[in-house]
Design a protein around this ligand. Structure first.
Ligand SMILES: [Fe+2]
Ligand SMILES: [Fe+2]
Length: 184
């Protein structure tokens, strides 16, 4: 039976993946000159990504993966790469946010470049989830013991303190709004 933290990280991934699919659908609209992508939807998605995964999911993973590195497991280079990627993805989210904000303000932004950047960002996000689910989470399960998980939980509690009921409700509502928009 995997730890409660791993189960939570895995279930976070399900929501993150759904949000990424919505982003892909929205970005795809740039391929059709007849369709106007919704900037509100794109900004909602980037707001969600810069908050739920980046404030409450990545930092908890960082604790797990750093603890895992202390066990000298195989693939340590890949673990380090995933840790670095959290920083890279967070930077890219901010860059995309700025670029789409400029689009919404009618500031000239080369759309084909933005479209390409958004595509690369999406594949990196998807590959990231995949690497964690197929390699890092199973390794954490294998190498970390009960004491490790108890320590990790304590550290994670500090991060998750700000993920209180009000924040949970606000971002659950935002997630639903994003999914509903795409389902229409
Ligand atoms: Fe991650
Ligand atoms: Fe993750």
């Amino acid at each position: 039976m995997s730890s409660a933290i791993l189960q939570k990280l895995n279930s976070d991934h399900k929501n993150i993946a759904k949000i990424l699919y919505c982003f892909r659908a929205e970005i795809k609209e740039y391929e059709d000159p007849e369709v106007e992508p919704s900037l509100t939807q794109i900004m909602n998605i980037l707001d969600y990504i810069s908050t739920v995964p980046e404030r409450w999911h990545h930092p908890v993973e960082d604790i797990v993966f750093k603890r895992l590195l202390e066990k000298h497991p195989p693939h340590s280079a890949q673990i380090r790469a995933v840790l670095r990627e959290h920083e890279d993805l967070e930077r890219l989210t901010q860059e995309l946010k700025t670029a789409f904000e400029q689009v919404s303000l009618d500031i000239a932004v080369p759309i084909s470049h933005l479209y390409k950047t958004a595509h690369i960002y999406l594949s990196r996000q998807m590959l990231h989830l995949d690497a964690e689910e197929s390699v890092l989470f199973p390794m954490a399960e294998e190498y970390l013991d009960e004491n490790d998980w108890a320590d990790i939980e304590q550290e994670a509690d500090v991060i998750l303190e700000s993920y209180d009921d009000a924040a949970r409700k606000a971002y659950k509502d935002l997630c639903e709004e994003i999914l509903d928009f795409e389902a229409e």
